[in-house]
Design a protein around this ligand. Structure first.
Ligand SMILES: Nc1ncnc2c1ncn2[C@@H]1O[C@H](COP(=O)(O)OP(=O)(O)OP(=O)(O)O)[C@@H](O)[C@H]1O
Length: 414
């Protein structure tokens, strides 16, 4: 076993392009070791771990390291497909099998022949489907919906869930026999909080990812301390989102501890807007941010997370109310990392979407970012968004953004 670019390779051989499963904590070393061993077998694997901890990337790594790497890897989100469609999604259907089945369609199991099928969110699979899946796992054969021909497939099954399957078994929503069929080789991805050692490496990786190879931003030693001390309820996904925000606001600059907290607080903005709270995006303008040093500083030892935000340097010229709002938000940084915007295909997989709400969320994100990038200067933000100033003002009012001049007025009369 060897590790190249943070990923494990078997016998030193690099097999094609594969995902990067980073982290040099003891826990991640163990995960990579198990993945390597399982990849060499045909064993069914059950990957567990909290949301955003890397279950899918672990499954992709497993596939990429296996002898099936040149075959397909087919993912199915078992929780996102409506119960009435899941059987035909998994096993396909014959023409006329049900209303709307205009032609024969192969299912995901057939599509995965010679490769790997990744059953994500298996804990959310409807009970009646669990019985059918159990049979397929036992026999590796199935019939398409409306068909009677038995079809044999050669697939490796990798399942994943963020749920505690023992709990689901206890409450009757998951079949124990299916659990034992899947749990042949369990791999657990620990939360990022339980492997804080990985944070600097992941942060550096994402900084490079969002800088197209060279770091999009640098981290001061205190910023790194704050990142390592943070609890990351959204796990690696939340850290990646944080890095993407940093790459927008601090491109070519150094993020310090206060900036780190501010960027964490931005992750909660959508939740605040949805809750009907007024949100005032505040950020230092690019000129106030120190230039990025030539090299990213080494990882320091860990003191406690900074919680004194009264001295946020980038707020020193702002109205006191604005400072208070930002400070409060910074202190409040806790769990509600905004979910990444899922893709249309994925969302439509659930059968129904609220396009109006999706577009509104997108609008809010763009307005938020433009206001932040322009130091909350509405006319500049409007230009950036290709909108008339009045249109942007209207939208800001609609979504509960406060105007900088209103804040300043408030502070002058205070
Ligand atoms: N060890 C890692 N190295 C590099 N990137 C990682 C690692 N773990 C997770 N990521 C990245 O974090 C994001 C979330 O990972 P992933 O989708 O695999 O998590 P998950 O556990 O499957 O989440 P969910 O349960 O919500 O589906 C992805 O962008 C992924 O590439």
């Amino acid at each position: 076993m060897a590790i190249e670019n943070g990923i494990l390779t078997r016998g030193g051989a690099v097999k094609g392009k594969r995902p990067l499963l980073l982290g040099s904590s003891a826990a991640m070393e163990a995960v990579r070791y198990f993945i390597d061993q399982v990849a060499a077998s045909t064993a069914t694997c059950l990957i567990t771990g909290p949301s955003g901890s890397g279950k899918e990337i672990a499954a992709r790594t497993l596939h990429a390291l296996s002898d099936r790497a040149n075959g397909p890897m087919i993912s199915v989100n078992c929780g996102a497909i409506p119960a009435e469609l899941i059987e035909s999604e998994l096993f396909g259907h014959e023409k006329g099998a049900f209303t709307g089945a205009a032609g024969t369609r192969i299912g995901r199991f057939e599509a995965a022949h010679g490769g790997t099928i990744f059953l994500d969110e298996i804990g959310d699979m409807p009970l009646e489907m669990q019985v059918k899946l159990l049979r397929v796992l036992e026999e590796r054969r199935f019939e398409r919906v409306g068909g009677n021909k038995s079809i044999a497939v050669d697939v490796r099954v990798v399942a994943a869930t963020h749920r505690d399957l023992q709990e689901r078994i206890a409450d009757g929503s998951f079949r124990e026999d299916l659990f034992y069929r899947l749990n042949i080789f369990p791999i657990h991805l620990p939360s990022l909080q339980a492997r804080r050692d990985d944070v600097p490496e992941l942060a550096a990786h994402f900084a490079a990812e969002f800088g197209n190879g060279s770091p999009a931003f640098a981290l001061s030693p205190s910023a790194l301390e704050a990142l390592v001390a943070y609890d990351w309820p959204g796990n690696v996904r939340e850290l990646r989102n944080w890095a993407e925000r940093a790459s927008v606001l601090y491109r070519g600059k150094e993020v310090d501890a206060a900036g780190t907290q501010f960027l964490l607080s931005l992750g909660r903005m959508r939740a605040q807007i949805d809750a009907g709270e007024a949100v005032t995006p505040l950020a230092r303008s690019a000129e106030q941010v120190p230039a990025m040093p030539a090299s990213v500083p080494a990882v320091p030892t860990m003191p406690a997370a900074p919680n004194n935000v009264t001295a946020l340097p980038f707020l020193k010229d702002r109205a006191p109310e604005a400072v208070a709002v930002a400070a409060q938000r910074t202190m409040d940084v806790t769990t509600n990392e905004a979910a990444p915007m899922p893709r249309a295909e994925e969302m439509l997989g659930s059968g129904k979407v609220n396009l109006k709400k999706i577009l509104q969320d997108l609008e809010v994100e763009f307005i938020e970012s433009a206001l932040i990038r322009t130091g909350h200067t509405v006319s500049e933000a409007a230009k950036m968004l290709g909108l008339q100033r009045t249109t942007l003002c209207e939208k800001m009012r609609k979504y509960g953004f406060e105007r900088k001049d209103a804040l300043q007025q408030a502070s002058a009369t205070a």
